[in-house]
Ligand binder design. Structure first.
Ligand SMILES: CC[C@H](C(=O)O)C(=O)SCCNC(=O)CCNC(=O)[C@H](O)C(C)(C)COP(=O)(O)OP(=O)(O)OC[C@H]1O[C@@H](n2cnc3c(N)ncnc32)[C@H](O)[C@@H]1OP(=O)(O)O
Ligand SMILES: [Co+2]
Length: 139
């Protein structure tokens, strides 16, 4: 298993609409999606489109949000995860385990914001970087 394209960089923010305005006003990144709630995943999400990738803005949705503690530690927000595409998410999950990494949660891939299955690998396995792996979307 080898990771493919960088799909997105996840950035946790306390206010997603304010963050969209910042990326537009300061960096000219004006192409952003509508904000969508994923209550079962504990986040609200909007994507800022770049020429070669996307920034995934994530805001907590509910007390049980997986980014709640992160924002307590980083109240202004901050870079939260990076996401790489893989051709086969189950093969990727099994490879992570065989290579000694901790796949978060049950390890069962679940449907993420791009409507394809994703898994997360614990930051302790990648020098403090939380890694998301996603099934590469059909193009
Ligand atoms: C809509 C889906 C979307 C998509 O793209 O499709 C998403 O990307 S949703 C993104 C949000 N979801 C997730 O992050 C799911 C996976 N995350 C988790 O399971 C947790 O957040 C976890 C395990 C990474 C951290 O859990 P928790 O916050 O409860 O634990 P702690 O605060 O106690 O932290 C433990 C340890 O990990 C370090 N940590 C936590 N978050 C990060 C981070 N984002 N990057 C780097 N390191 C992180 C934290 O500092 C602690 O370190 P320690 O040395 O033990 O003090
Ligand atoms: Co993500």
């Amino acid at each position: 298993m080898k990771i493919g394209r960088l799909n997105h960089v996840g950035v946790a923010v306390p206010d997603i609409e304010a963050a969209k305005k910042t990326y537009a006003a300061l960096y000219g990144a004006t192409q952003a999606t509508e904000t969508k709630d994923f209550p079962h995943l504990g986040v609200r999400v909007a994507f800022v489109h770049l020429d070669n990738s996307e920034i995934e803005l994530i805001e907590p949705c509910g007390e049980a949000s997986p980014i709640h503690k992160f924002l307590e530690r980083n109240p202004k927000g901050g870079q939260h995860h990076i996401c790489f595409e893989v051709p086969d998410i189950i093969a990727a999950r099994d490879a992570m385990r065989e290579r000694g990494a901790t796949v978060l949660g049950t390890g069962e891939p679940y449907i993420g914001a791009h409507c394809v299955p994703v898994i997360f690998v614990h930051p302790k396995d990648s020098h403090g970087q939380l890694i998301e792996l996603m099934q590469e979307p059909a193009r």
